[in-house]
Design a protein around this ligand. Sequence first.
Ligand code: TMP
Length: 235
Amino acid sequence: MKKCEQLYEGKAKKVFLTEDPDILIVDYKDDATAFNGEKKGTIVGKGAINNRMANYIFKQLEKEGVPTHLVEELSDRETAVKRVSIIPLEVIVRNVAAGSFSKRLGISEGTPFEEPTIEFSYKNDELGDPLINDYFARALNLATWEEIEIIKKYAFKINEVLKAFFLKADLKLVDFKIEFGRYHDTIILADEISPDTCRLWDVHTNEKLDKDRFRRDLGNVEEAYNEVMKRLGLN
Ligand code: TMP
């Protein structure tokens, strides 16, 4: 597959056109940002880790009946994906209180929920990705009711698959963010699932092994990403 002109450069990935109008190539960077790009840095090796981990997870999800944009891993940082039109919703599933949930609602980080919960943010950097509900998503015409129902169904299914997957590596899936896209007439999982987009805590010690180490200046950021890969047997 041949990389053609660059279509877009995001905070963590570059996206290139190919000769096939239905296929793009994503190229994962080591760049890290937080707080809507206010904090910037580099996590050495992150691009290769996120590429491999996201592709591995997407393959597992496909086996479990969740359609994804994955076509083929091309190199340590590059993957061919289906060209979707991204639905501008950040879909967040949580199993345990943390981050903005804890802050907004005054619940201590680490408090488990009786059942998983879901929320949507409007993917809009200028507005700082504001929290919305599904009626707002309709009001903004971001998705149809039918699409919102499919997204919720896939999001909870993904949570079940990922919880079990990470638990085998002694990792607690606290929460994660996913994005979906429209591909012809279907909704498929797009973007990535990686330590950039999940909170992963050691099941025994609750040590943070994800991007919160970068966001909160906790140190040992690269070590945490490598530890997750090692535990998953992906290094
Ligand atoms: P939050 O608690 O800060 O809302 O984050 C919830 C989850 O979403 C957490 O796993 C980190 C992930 N996330 C992203 O992937 N991108 C983002 O821009 C934000 C704010 C969170």
